[in-house]
Design a protein around this ligand. Structure first.
Ligand code: B12
Ligand code: SF4
Ligand code: SF4
Length: 274
């Protein structure tokens, strides 16, 4: 199996899976039934022993808590990282009212994450069928995150971080660079979600067509104006506390859903490298 086959099968999966379309029982309104969540993915391959995985253990990168591929899967050879760009419907919905997440974007966050886990399992099954191993860190029992689950972000040892940061992994695999709003910009933009699978299959790694960690951001500042929480500034970058406080406000009103993503729409980096 090579990258071309993985990409082709993944493209077919994303285009044909019923789970990439909003089902009647989940839809927040009747007109959202059948809405497509993601467009076709972008795939990047990294070497499991890339030196950046060691750099990530430094306190100013991710920190000691970051687990490298070998720690997740002894004998790991490669990391398959992918970006699922949100469809035009999801992005367009979130461009309308810039003060509150749209139903389309809320679907992207919740049903979108469920589909992302299915996508990672699809890749894992493909590898296992060929006699290889596949490990999905974010559903492994050792995964720890200061994400929104249980509204614990910013608290405890995980703070606003995790022991497997999908953006950092995507950066290693050549998918793109960070930006002012702290998302990762890919060739299909910033609006979308990342997943990854670690494997013992040896695959040639992709080139990183960048040198600096913010190369793809042009510092235009549009995301600063978009942010309803005033969480972004040219001087300080992004303030996770403020962003998280806004997400909590959303959650308090519409739980179990929450999201925002105004820094990822109506911006020049929405669906391309600006
Ligand atoms: C915790 C978390 C949050 C926290 C804090 C976010 C954060 N730390 O960036 C809160 C709750 C605030 C949050 C908010 C949101 N999140 Co969130 N979140 C996560 C989670 C679970 C972990 C993030 C993490 O591990 N961060 C690690 C720390 C270290 O990251 P950092 O501080 O930004 O990293 C800096 C340093 O490393 C520094 N650095 C220093 N030295 C070096 C050296 C090198 C070599 C490098 C590369 C970097 C580096 O550069 C980095 C950038 O400044 C991930 C899922 C996952 N498992 O990855 C999703 C994730 C980051 N979230 C995501 C999204 C979409 C959102 C929201 C838009 C909410 C929504 N869905 O509507 C908002 C806004 C995000 C934004 N503007 O960035 C996406 C991002 C998609 C993208 N295109 O980038 C992710 C990847 C989920 C996914 N599966 O796709 N999130
Ligand atoms: S809107 Fe402009 S400044 Fe903000 S992340 Fe995108 S390119 Fe960078
Ligand atoms: S930084 Fe947070 S609060 Fe601000 S626009 Fe982005 S997701 Fe919303």
């Amino acid at each position: 199996m090579d990258k071309q086959i993985i990409e082709e099968k993944l493209r077919q999966f994303v285009n044909e899976s019923v789970d990439n379309f909003i089902k009647e029982e989940d839809a927040l309104s009747p007109q959202l039934v059948g809405m497509r969540i993601y467009d076709e993915p972008v795939v990047g391959i990294g070497k499991a022993n890339d030196e950046l995985f060691t750099v990530f253990k430094q306190p100013d990168a991710v920190g000691e808590i970051f687990m490298d591929p070998e720690e997740w899967l002894p004998g790991a050879k490669s990391v398959i990282s992918y970006f699922l760009p949100f469809s035009e419907e999801v992005r367009k919905g979130n461009r309308l009212d810039m003060s509150w997440p749209s139903p389309e974007w809320l679907h992207g966050r919740l049903e979108g994450q469920t589909f992302l886990v299915k996508t990672s399992n699809f890749i894992k099954d493909m590898l296992v069928e060929e006699g290889h191993q596949g490990l999905i860190p974010i559903i492994d029992s050792r995964f720890r995150s200061g994400g929104m689950t249980g509204l614990t972000a910013g608290q405890g040892e995980m703070g606003f971080t995790s022991n497997w940061s999908e953006r950092h992994v995507a950066y290693v695999c050549g998918l793109g660079t960070f930006c002012l709003s702290k998302g990762l910009i890919t060739k299909k933009g910033v609006a979308g979600r990342f997943g990854s699978v670690i494997t013992d299959l040896e695959l040639p790694e992709d080139n990183r067509n960048y040198e600096g960690i913010y190369d793809y951001c042009n510092n235009c500042g549009v995301c600063i104006k978009n942010c309803p929480a005033n969480a972004i500034s040219l001087e300080e970058g992004k303030d996770h506390e403020r962003c998280f406080a806004f997400l909590q406000e959303v959650y308090a009103q519409i739980k179990p859903r929450y999201a925002c993503g105004k820094c990822q729409v109506k911006v020049p980096c929405e669906n391309r490298i600006p």
